[in-house]
Design a protein around this ligand. Structure first.
Ligand code: GDP
Length: 315
């Protein structure tokens, strides 16, 4: 990958895609192609095919996806399945048709079985039933992984997949209904502090464990793989340590300076009990995440504060 290579980042307005663009710019890449949704609808097969034929990028980062937290995944099951399948099919197939040899697809750790041995190794894919709250999303992501593998096997491409643990950082979604837990708790603790509340609502039992990865660390891992030409197979990317949701809530309260008590809402689902990834495959290549949960939370809170006024009149 040289600095003038044409690199297309699909999903550049999202949290992961924008971090990949930041990472590429900071490393001196000068030929980055991005398209907004109004310029290119990734659900439009013909439009995506024509885009690839015209642009013919050298490298593709596929970070476009319909994403959301446990409630959004559980309720909008058809949308999560359809949108993600179509985006992956259009981009992977369009890239191959246009002669793209190197592509990196962003998956998710929810592709692993619900009761997967921990930490989860890449080889545990498809060894057991999935967690039901995000099964449609996981099935779509598994299809993306299998597309990459199948195109490599049949057509000799170098399409690789990365499975990041729960991401957070700049450009996160802070909507209370559709976000993931970390941004939701940042917003709830911040607003509870402003209102002077004595309690702070956390969904579920607080017992599930999750591993949180600062999104710039993910971007670093993706560019690291592409630069090394490690362009096949599947790689877990995570911090290598997890916390319970209760512990996360406590750290969030500390970083934000909210001194109330946690109130668990048992009407909300817990989801998968644990999903810690085994990062030994990435570590063996010489890559390791560098942002601790506490440091990343401080950065995420700063980013939240920049846009906090936007949430004041919204749910
Ligand atoms: P998951 O990792 O796919 O299960 O997605 P989430 O990040 O949405 O949820 C992780 C865990 O955090 C689940 O056990 C949720 O019930 C719990 N959780 C606690 N409070 C919240 C909240 O305010 N929003 C969300 N999305 N999850 C929460």
């Amino acid at each position: 990958m040289d600095k003038s290579s044409k690199v297309y980042v699909a999903g550049h307005t999202g949290m992961a895609g924008s971090a990949i663009v930041r990472g590429l710019i900071s490393r001196g890449y000068v030929n980055i192609v991005t398209k907004t949704r109004s310029e290119l609808d990734l659900l439009d097969q013909t439009g995506v095919k024509e885009f690839f034929e015209q642009e013919k990028p050298d490298y593709v980062f596929l970070a476009a996806a319909k994403v959301g937290g446990i409630q959004a995944n559980n309720e909008k099951r058809a949308e999560f399945l359809y949108d993600n399948l179509v985006i992956e099919a259009n981009i992977i197939h369009g890239a191959w048709k246009a002669g793209v040899q190197d592509l990196l697809f962003l998956g998710s750790t929810c592709i692993y079985p619900r009761d997967c041995p921990q930490p989860m190794k890449e080889e545990y894919l498809l060894t057991g039933p999935l967690e039901s709250t995000n099964e449609p999303y996981a099935v779509a992501k598994i299809a993306g992984i299998k597309m990459c593998e199948s195109y490599n096997a049949q057509y000799g491409t170098r399409y690789t997949s990365v499975m990041p643990s729960n991401l957070y950082g700049p450009n996160d979604n802070y909507s209370l209904e559709s976000s993931h837990v970390l941004p939701a708790l940042v917003r709830k603790a911040h607003e509870a502090k402003l209102r002077g509340d004595s309690t702070f609502a956390v969904w579920g039992s607080g017992n599930p464990k999750r591993e949180f990865l600062y999104v710039d660390d993910l971007a670093d891992a993706c560019i690291f793989l592409m630069e090394r030409g490690v362009s096949e197979g599947m790689y877990n990317v995570g911090l290598g340590a997890d916390v319970t949701i209760r512990e996360l809530a406590e750290i969030v309260m500390e970083v934000i300076g909210f001194k109330g008590e946690i109130k668990f809402d048992s009407s909300k689902p817990d989801g998968t009990p644990r999903k810690l990834v085994d990062v030994s495959k990435m570590n063996a290549l010489g890559w390791k995440a560098t942002t601790s949960l506490r440091d990343g939370l401080v950065l995420a809170y700063q980013d939240f504060l920049k846009g906090a006024q936007l949430f004041q009149n919204r749910s």
